[in-house]
Design a binder for this molecule. Structure first.
Ligand SMILES: Cc1cc2nc3c(=O)[nH]c(=O)nc-3n(C[C@H](O)[C@H](O)[C@H](O)COP(=O)(O)O)c2cc1C
Length: 203
């Protein structure tokens, strides 16, 4: 029995490829694994606020001294971190936007990377606390970044992988659908390959 947390970040609600691929994976996984439960954190349907001054101040305040606004800010990031903690598997759909990840996903990251909740500092350096979970990333981009002339601009995926590893989510599998914009004649093949890979991974 698995609990999946699905995190979606494409605002292209009607025709998003990253949503389609991640949903294809989840639908197949649920069909193949009885008893799987799915929780969706849709960062577009319900936007996560940017880190606020209240949240920052709460990082260094004693819990009993928090103002109501600071308590509310802590409660939000606690809720988002609990969603990760309670999941066995995290599935992330992410388009490449302007060489990076959508700001909706960055806002989520800023709320979940919290000391003593999702990671802690030790004498040996920071240690992630969100361990023992499997992560699947479905990332889409119009250009090709995994190889070739645009590889120096491959920022989105390494950024996401780096910060997830930082909080202990190091067991990651990535499905990339890339180059549909740069090579429109190849787009159908690229998408079909990524979908087949998503479904194969779910089996
Ligand atoms: C605002 C915006 C910015 C984009 N920036 C890039 C980019 O920097 N590099 C790239 O290869 N594709 C870029 N694209 C193309 C998307 O990454 C591509 O269409 C992707 O498949 C979108 O995923 P989605 O269908 O899940 O929304 C951009 C698209 C939009 C709408």
């Amino acid at each position: 029995m698995s609990r999946i947390l699905v995190v979606q970040s494409s605002p292209n609600l009607g025709a998003s490829l990253s949503r389609a691929l991640s949903n294809a994976f989840v639908d197949r996984f649920v069909a193949r694994h009885a008893g799987t439960t799915v929780v969706t954190r849709d960062l577009v349907a319900e936007a996560i606020p940017h880190l606020s001054e209240d949240r920052l101040q709460a990082l260094s305040a004693a819990p009993e001294a928090l103002t109501p606004a600071q308590q509310a800010a802590v409660a939000l990031s606690d809720r988002l971190i609990d969603e990760i903690r309670d999941a066995d598997m995290i599935v992330i759909g992410v388009p490449c936007y302007n060489l990076s990840i959508p700001s909706s996903l960055k806002a989520w990251i800023d709320q979940i990377v919290i000391p003593n909740r999702s990671f802690r500092y030790t004498e040996a350096g920071p240690v992630g606390l969100m361990t023992g979970k499997k992560v699947y990333i479905f990332i889409t981009s119009g250009s090709v970044y995994s190889q070739g002339p645009e590889k120096p601009h491959d920022f989105a995926l390494p950024l996401l992988q780096g910060i997830l590893t930082f909080i202990g989510l190091s067991d990651m599998t990535v499905v990339r659908a890339e180059g549909m914009g740069a090579m429109p004649d190849q787009a159908a093949r690229i998408v079909a390959q990524a979908r087949a890979e998503a479904e194969r991974l779910a089996d």
